[in-house]
Design a protein around this ligand. Structure first.
Ligand code: BES
Ligand code: MN
Ligand code: ZN
Length: 488
């Protein structure tokens, strides 16, 4: 498993600066003013920083940008990274500055001379998040990343503020690893084992195997995995950090690979469907973060783990299956499998836990990519209150989320001639009819959001806080929602 850089917070020791090896980082305000750490580096380096500040190069740098001075005179360090930063950066600006430092340092040992800089803990989070790389399947020698030390004026204070952020970074890394992992490694068994290992952190983890799912009547979920050699599973993770109140439920689509089944997908790009368990990956990452920071909230995370394969045993278009709720479903397209998985897991979550609210996450439709691209996840909800609270949390964390409409006219598109519903609505409004399908498995009094993360879970080019590949989108937003809703 990839682990975020461990970050130490120490007192500022200006006398030690000259002898520090590796890479140093300093911050310079937009007006070019140097703080006490930068002044020290400036005087040791015979005014290299002052020259930078007067240059056109500095003028052209935007807030958060980083430039490198290499082999500066007067310092043992090989590189000084200079970050231009506004005096009162927002949390998101501070994270982006940290991310730029992570990119610029590569794997070199790094001492961040932060002194009195505001939001040093947010800078450390950005640094940790952007330091991710998925290289477990590369055989070349991989230099481990060097240590990171922040020299700050109030180390205890900053370390305290940074502690929950380290939990966030670990949760995000867990989600990214799961989402990046190929399907021959991350089988349903392997996925469940990685979740079971989180019992060490104080989470309760329960694995429901196929025979139990059959007894529960999960014909909708089970039909998806019936063509695969890997057994279908539901994993229940419980974090009881709160009082006696009902838990909040998170439910994730965990299709470890989506070939489309008998409604086979085209070959081009099919390898991307290793990320079709991204919703389950986010649920797992959030549960990990909650456990690591010992959240004072009751949250239950459920994931449906299946593989969608074509075979002689696979579900066929036209088959009718019965969900745990009792409703029958005509499977028109075996590639609309995520909703079949979620329907049963969502019903089970409500039936067993009577949650105070429920959010499900899924890489559910290609149509959401057409609508929102990679910038925003689609938010579908029966509750103005919950959807607003979630979108606000997402905005605070810099994770895009945009509410989409729902309504009876869309729901009507799911009418089936032979069963209670079809699993697809037709050509138009594909993301909305998928959400309508899910809502049929939400009890009326349960505030609910469906997050369609097909466009944001994994991307081809780097984002502000992640390299190309899995982003971990949603871990921070959900962690904040839970913190604000239950721990505020
Ligand atoms: N896993 C896919 C959706 C998806 C597409 C995720 C692209 C990430 C990137 C989902 O199971 C799927 O195949 N959906 C179909 C639904 C259709 C058959 C109604 C789709 O979007 O084409
Ligand atoms: Mn599919
Ligand atoms: Zn899918």
């Amino acid at each position: 498993m990839s682990t975020p850089a461990e970050i130490q917070f120490k007192d500022v020791d200006l006398d030690a600066v000259a002898a520090l090896t590796g890479t140093l980082a300093v911050f310079v305000a937009e007006d070019g003013k140097l703080d006490l750490c930068a002044r020290k580096v400036n005087s040791l380096s015979r005014k290299a920083l002052a020259r930078l500040v007067e240059s056109e190069k500095f003028e052209k740098m935007k807030a958060g940008d980083v430039t490198a001075l290499t082999f500066p005179a007067g310092l043992a360090a090989q590189t000084v990274l200079v970050c231009k930063l506004t005096r009162r950066p927002t949390a998101l600006e501070a994270r982006k500055a940290g991310a730029q430092l992570a990119k610029a340092r590569g794997t070199e040992e790094l001492t961040v001379l932060a002194g009195n800089i505001a939001k040093a803990e947010e800078i450390s989070l950005g640094l940790a998040l952007r330091g991710y790389s998925f290289d477990s399947h590369k055989t070349a020698d991989k230099p481990g990343a060097g240590a990171v030390t922040f020299m700050v004026s109030k180390p205890e204070e900053v370390a305290k503020a940074a502690a929950p952020m380290a939990a966030i970074a670990e949760g995000v890394f867990f989600t990214r690893d799961l989402t990046n992992e190929p399907a021959n490694i991350l089988t349903t068994d392997d996925f469940a084992a990685r979740l079971a290992a989180m019992q060490e952190l104080g989470l309760e983890v329960e694995i429901l195997e196929e025979d139990e799912l059959e007894k529960l009547g999960m014909g909708s979920l089970l039909c998806v995995g019936q063509g695969s050699a890997s057994p279908s599973k539901v994993v229940v993770m419980t974090w009881n950090g709160g009082g006696e109140e009902a838990p909040f439920a998170l439910v994730g689509k965990g299709v470890v690979f989506d070939t489309g089944g008998i409604s086979l997908k085209p070959a081009a790009g099919m390898e991307d469907m290793t990320m079709d368990m991204g919703g389950a990956g986010v649920v797992a990452g959030v549960m990990r973060t909650l456990a690591l920071r010992k959240a004072k909230a009751n949250v239950v995370g459920l994931v449906g783990l299946v593989e969608n394969m074509p075979s002689g045993n696979a579900v066929r278009p036209g088959d009718v299956v019965t969900s745990m709720k009792g409703d029958t479903i005509e499977v028109i397209n075996t590639d609309a499998e995520g909703r079949l998985v979620l329907a049963d897991v969502m019903w089970y979550a409500q039936d067993r836990f009577q949650p105070s609210g429920m959010i499900n996450l899924a890489t559910l439709t290609g149509a959401i990519l057409v609508a929102l691209g990679h910038e925003n996840a689609g938010v579908f909800s029966n509750s103005d209150e919950l959807s607003k609270a979630f979108i606000k949390s997402a905005e605070t964390e810099g994770e895009g989320a945009w509410r989409m409409p729902m309504g009876k006219a869309y729901d009507d598109l799911l009418k089936s001639r032979v069963a209670d519903m079809k699993n697809v609505g037709g050509r138009v409004a594909g993301s909305i009819t998928a959400a309508q399908f899910l809502q049929r498995f939400v009890k009326d009094d349960v505030p609910w959001c469906h997050l369609d993360i097909a466009g944001v879970a994994s991307v081809k080019s780097e984002t502000a806080l992640a390299p190309a590949g899995a982003t971990g989108w949603g871990v921070m937003a959900l962690n904040r929602l839970i913190a604000d809703k239950y721990e505020g």
